[in-house]
Design a protein around this ligand. Structure first.
Ligand code: PGA
Length: 256
C-alpha cells in the first residue's frame, strides 16, 4: 500500500453466491463488524439480481456496490446481457471487467475487455480490470509478456484523465480458488510491472495514482503481508468475502 498517492481498496467478489435476502443480511453484519474504515475503501461485487438489495443496504454502510460484468454495447439484441447504463442507474459504482472466469468460460478476450473498459468509463462506472497468468505461462517464464499485453490492450484508447477511475486486479489464475496464494514478493513484482506499463504510457504522476489490487486466495492470514508491499493497494477477494468474519478481518488488515 502507498496511502500517500492512492486509495487502498478491498473488494469482495461474491461470484455466483448469495440471494438478495442473504445480501441484505451480510451488509448489516458488515456494518457492525467493520465500523469505520479509515484507511481503505470497501467494495462488494455482487450478482446482478442482488444489486438493488445491496445498494439499499449500502446507504449507511460506506460500502460501494460493484457488478461482476457488463456488456459494451448500449442496448440491443443481446439476450441475457446487462448494459453499463442499467448498472449506473441502479447506483452501481464499480464493475469487474475481464475476470479470468469470464475469459475462460464465456469467451472474453483482451479486445472485449478494452471495449467494456471504455464503455464503463463513458457512463461513469469505475472498471476493476482483471489480469493474470496461467500456471503454464508462469512456468514458461512469460508472465511479464502476458501481463504487459493484457494491460496495454485493456487501456488502448483510454485517455490519461480517466486513469484515476481505473483499478487493476492482478489475479494469477493458478491462485484463484485454489488456496495457493502468490507470495508477497510475486504479487509485488507483477503489481509493480502493471504500474510500470501504465507509467510508460501515461507518466509517473498518473501511474502512482492507480490502485492495483492482488487477488487469488487472499484471506485473513495472508492479507497483512500482501498489503505490506508498496505496489499492492488492496485485494479482490473471492472465497474469503463470503463470510462476514473473514471479510471484516481482511478489511481490518488494510486499516492497520
Ligand atoms: P479467491 O477468488 O479469493 O476465491 O481465490 C479471487 C477472485 O477470483 O477474484
Amino acid at each position: 500500500m502507498n496511502r500517500k498517492y492512492r486509495k487502498t481498496i478491498i473488494a469482495g467478489n461474491w461470484k455466483m453466491n448469495k440471494t438478495p435476502a442473504e445480501t441484505k443480511k451480510m451488509f448489516e453484519e458488515l456494518k457492525v463488524a467493520c465500523g469505520k474504515q479509515k484507511w481503505c475503501d470497501v467494495v462488494l461485487c455482487v450478482p446482478f439480481v442482488d444489486i438493488p438489495a445491496a445498494v439499499r443496504a449500502s446507504r449507511d454502510a460506506k460500502i460501494a456496490v460493484a457488478a461482476q460484468n457488463m456488456h459494451y454495447e448500449e442496448k440491443g439484441a443481446f439476450t441475457g446481457e446487462v448494459s453499463a447504463e442499467m448498472l449506473k442507474e441502479l447506483g452501481v459504482k464499480f464493475v469487474v471487467i475481464g475476470h479470468s472466469e469470464r475469459r475462460e468460460y464465456y469467451g472474453e478476450t483482451d479486445k472485449t475487455v478494452n471495449l467494456k473498459v471504455k464503455k464503463a468509463l463513458e457512463v461513469g462506472l469505475r472498471p476493476i480490470i482483471c489480469v493474470g497468468e496461467t500456471l503454464e505461462q508462469r512456468e514458461f517464464d512469460v508472465t511479464a509478456e502476458h501481463i504487459t499485453m493484457q494491460v496495454k490492450i485493456a487501456l488502448a484508447g483510454v485517455p490519461a484523465e480517466k486513469m484515476r477511475k481505473i483499478v487493476f486486479a492482478y489475479e494469477p489464475i493458478w491462485a484463484i480458488g485454489t488456496g495457493k496464494t502468490a507470495t508477497a514478493e510475486q504479487a509485488e513484482e507483477v503489481c509493480g510491472l502493471i504500474r510500470a506499463v501504465i507509467r510508460a504510457k501515461y507518466g509517473a504522476r498518473t501511474a502512482r495514482a492507480v490502485t492495483i489490487q492482488y487477488g487469488g486466495s487472499m484471506n485473513p492470514k495472508n492479507a497483512a503481508e500482501l498489503l505490506s508491499k508498496p505496489d499492492v493497494d488492496g485485494g479482490l477477494i473471492g472465497g474469503a468475502s463470503l463470510k462476514t468474519e473473514d471479510f471484516a478481518a481482511v478489511i481490518n488488515a488494510a486499516n492497520q
